[in-house]
Design a protein around this ligand. Structure first.
Ligand code: C2E
Ligand code: MG
Ligand code: MG
Ligand code: MG
Length: 283
C-alpha cells in the first residue's frame, strides 16, 4: 500500500497531474475559491426515531452556493473533490462549521447528533483523528455528538487501514455508521470486525420496498442482520408514510427522507423541528 500516499499533500499533487484537463483544473481552482469566498453551505436533513417520532439526529449534506449557478448539488463536485484529494479540505470545512454550530442544535440532555459524510481520503489521512479531536475541543463539542458516515466502498479501498482508523475514532467516542449499505462490495467478514454502531439501508431498496417483494426482503434481512450484529438501522430515502410505517413495523430504529423532511439550511431546520414537535405532540 506504499503507493497509496497517505500523507497530506503528495496525493493532491499527483492526482492533479493525472487529471489535469483544463476543465478539471478550473473546477479545482473554483472549489478553492468557493471555500475562501464562503460559498459552501451546510444543509441538515432530519433523522427521526420510528418508535416515538423524536428528531434524534440530522445528516449534514453539503451544497455550493455558486455566484452564477443555482445551488450546486454534491454529485457535481464531491466525486471530483475525492479524485483530487481536495475533499480533505471540504471535510475539514464541514466539521469546523458543524462544531461551531453544534450547541445551537441542542435541546435535551442527550446530545443531538449530527452526521457527517467522510470519504476514503479522510480515513487514509493519518492526522485526521487528531484534527477531529482538536476541532471539537476548540468548540467544546463531545465526540458522542457526532456520527461519522462512511460508505462500504470507502472502507474496502484499504480495509485494514480503514479498520485501524475506525478503531481509533470509535475509541474516541464517535458514533460510526455504514452508509448506502447493500450497494458496495463489503464482505460480512470485515463488517463483523469493524467497530460500527449503525447501518444505513440504501435508498434504492427503500424506494422499492412497498411495490417490490425482493426489495422488501432485502430491507427486512438487512435490518435483521444489523440487529443480530448489535447495530442500529437507519433507512434513507423514506418518501411516503407507507414506507415509514412499514419500516417501523420491521424494527428499523430511524428513518430519514422527504416524507419526514428535506435537507434544509440550519435556520430552516430549527424552525422545521419546532413545527414537527408541535404537530406530533412532542417537546
Ligand atoms: P448520502 O450520504 O447517501 O445522502 C443521502 C442523499 O439522499 C442526499 O443527497 C439526500 O438529499 C438524498 N435524500 C434524502 N432523502 C431522500 C428521499 O426521500 N428521496 C430522495 N430521492 N433522495 C433523498 P445529496 O444531498 O444530493 O447528497 C448526495 C451524496 O453526496 C451523499 O449521499 C453523500 O455521499 C455525498 N455528500 C453530500 N455531502 C457531503 C459531504 O459533506 N462530504 C462528502 N464526502 N460527501 C457528501
Ligand atoms: Mg450519508
Ligand atoms: Mg446514504
Ligand atoms: Mg446514498
Amino acid at each position: 500500500y506504499a503507493a497509496k500516499q497517505r500523507t497530506e499533500d503528495i496525493t493532491v499533487y499527483k492526482s492533479e497531474l493525472v487529471t489535469s484537463t483544463p476543465d478539471s483544473l478550473s473546477l479545482l481552482s473554483e472549489l478553492r475559491q468557493a471555500v475562501i469566498n464562503n460559498e459552501l453551505r451546510v444543509y441538515l436533513q432530519p433523522k427521526v426515531a420510528t418508535a416515538d417520532n423524536q428528531v434524534v439526529a440530522a445528516e449534514a449534506l453539503i451544497r455550493w452556493q455558486h455566484p452564477e449557478k443555482n445551488l450546486v448539488p454534491p454529485f457535481r463536485f464531491i466525486p471530483f473533490a475525492e479524485q483530487t484529494g481536495y475533499i480533505r479540505e471540504i471535510t475539514k470545512w464541514m466539521i469546523r462549521s458543524l462544531a461551531s454550530q453544534w450547541h445551537a442544535l441542542q435541546t435535551h440532555d442527550t446530545p443531538f447528533r449530527v452526521s457527517v459524510n467522510l470519504s476514503t481520503r479522510d480515513l487514509m489521512t493519518a492526522s485526521f483523528p487528531t484534527f477531529l479531536e482538536e476541532t471539537l475541543a476548540q468548540y467544546n463539542v463531545p465526540a458522542s455528538g457526532l456520527c461519522l458516515e462512511i460508505t462500504e466502498s470507502a472502507i474496502m479501498d484499504d480495509p485494514n487501514f480503514a479498520q485501524r482508523t475506525l478503531e481509533k475514532l470509535s475509541a474516541m467516542g464517535f458514533r460510526l455508521s455504514i452508509d448506502d449499505f447493500g450497494t458496495g462490495y463489503s464482505s460480512l467478514a470485515y463488517l463483523k470486525r469493524l467497530p460500527v454502531n449503525e447501518l444505513k439501508v440504501d435508498q434504492s431498496f427503500v424506494f422499492g420496498m412497498i411495490e417490490n417483494n425482493s426489495d422488501r426482503m432485502i430491507v427486512q434481512s438487512t435490518i435483521d442482520l444489523a440487529h443480530n450484529l448489535g447495530l442500529d438501522v437507519v433507512a434513507e430515502g423514506v418518501e411516503t408514510g407507507e414506507m415509514y410505517q412499514a419500516l417501523g413495523e420491521l424494527g428499523c430504529e430511524e428513518a430519514q427522507g422527504y416524507f419526514i423532511g428535506k435537507p434544509m439550511p440550519i435556520d430552516e431546520f430549527l424552525a422545521w423541528r419546532k413545527e414537527w414537535n408541535r404537530s406530533h405532540g412532542l417537546t
